[in-house]
Design a protein around this ligand. Structure first.
Ligand code: IPM
Ligand code: MG
Length: 362
């Protein structure tokens, strides 16, 4: 096999702790026959700002462009909240998504049978949930210009952002979503606010046209985002694949994650035509950073997505997912998914347990 390059960006808060667990597994896998990779570490977010004065150093972007895959922990924290918007840690994350043109964000929300009772919703509602949220990631209101805060002649201040999508931006992410749906139950729900926002009226048109033209075999439906937020709680099993804008996808994927018990369990893949970045969908959780209690499983599951989508190692991806299932079967839980009768463990013990399960080929 060819030699691969992985760039690891731990970031801020719990980022470093959870990525350390992923590194153990990557190092171990890398020592096995048939697998060869080089892993480098880079700076992003608040820690990059502290070290270099910007949340996304040029060097990080250059190295990310050359890497076969990027693994990211998390960015942000109260320490940097008072910085100008352009220097905030979050800008580092948005910046790398834009620089690598990572327009397609896959956020699978699957309920682990062992964690059903950790969901705030009733078992009957969440049992069997398996939703793939495809979020547009490099355009929309998070990037639209003009943006800013201005002072009006009368002294009032006005904040403004721009929601904008071109037809090609809509079509390319929709195409990825139709393809994802084909590998699943062949059902795609496109979420918009076409009754109010022209941009998402165009979104609906483009998605419908693409479906008619190239994916007549996929059952396409449309839903307004407010209704989708409600339906996700009322009857989440009606969804298979969802495709939506950057902002709506940000919100709906957090909502979908809670159905599965904990946001600490959900991985993601951010894909472009040339690069890919993998990260847990939870943030930097500054309130628990440094305490050794963060759940590393979303990061380990992100590693599995990376092995599958970027490193041509689908069997190893399956193995990691099986190992995660195994430690949950054993009753090991981090604080965020703790249940009566289970054994509470910290970040390192959870990572070690997954590693042990992997080594024992469960
Ligand atoms: C996410 C996060 C980011 C986003 C933040 C940290 C910029 O919430 O990945 O969902 O809004 O996209
Ligand atoms: Mg988010």
């Amino acid at each position: 096999m060819t030699h691969k390059h992985i760039l690891v960006l731990p970031g801020d808060g719990i980022g470093r702790e959870i990525v350390a667990e992923a590194m153990k597994i990557l190092d171990w896998l890398g020592s096995r026959p048939g697998i060869q990779w080089t892993i480098e570490e880079g700076l992003i977010g608040g820690s990059a700002y502290d070290a270099t004065g910007v949340p996304l150093p040029e060097e990080t972007v250059n190295r990310a462009r050359k890497a076969d895959a990027v693994l990211l922990g998390a960015v942000g924290g109260p320490k940097w909240d008072r910085l100008d918007f352009s220097l905030r840690p979050e800008r580092g994350l948005l910046g790398i998504r834009k620089a690598l043109d990572l327009y397609c964000n896959l956020r699978p929300a699957q309920v682990f049978a062992q964690l059903i009772d950790a969901s705030p919703l009733k078992r009957e509602i969440v049992e069997g949930i398996d939703v793939m949220v495809v979020r547009e990631l490099s355009s929309g209101i998070y990037f639209g210009e003009p943006r800013g805060i201005e002072t009006l002649a009368d002294g009032r201040r006005r904040g403004f952002n721009t929601l904008s999508y071109t037809t090609d931006e809509i079509e390319r992410v929709a195409r990825r979503a139709f393809e994802a749906a084909r590998k699943r139950k062949n059902k795609l729900c496109s979420v918009d606010k076409a009754n109010v926002l022209e941009t998402t009226g165009l979104w609906r048109e483009v998605v419908s046209e693409l479906g008619r033209r190239d994916y007549p075999d996929v059952t396409l439906s449309h839903m307004y985002v407010d209704n989708a937020a409600m339906q996700l709680l009322r009857n989440p099993r009606q969804f298979d694949c969802i495709v939506t804008t950057n902002l709506f996808g940000d919100i709906l994927s957090d909502e979908a994650s809670m159905l599965t018990g904990s946001i600490g369990m959900l991985p993601s893949a951010s894909l472009g035509d040339h690069n890919a970045l993998y990260e847990p969908i939870h943030g930097s959780a500054p309130d628990i950073a440094g305490k050794g209690i963060a759940n590393p499983l979303a990061t380990l599951l992100s590693v599995a997505m990376m092995l599958r989508h970027s490193l041509e190692l689908p069997k190893e991806a399956d193995r990691i997912e099986r190992a995660v299932n195994h430690v949950l079967d054993q009753g090991l839980r981090t604080a965020d998914i703790m249940q009566p009768g289970a054994r509470e463990v910290g970040t390192v013990a959870m990572g070690d347990a997954v590693m042990k399960a992997l080594q024992e080929e469960v």
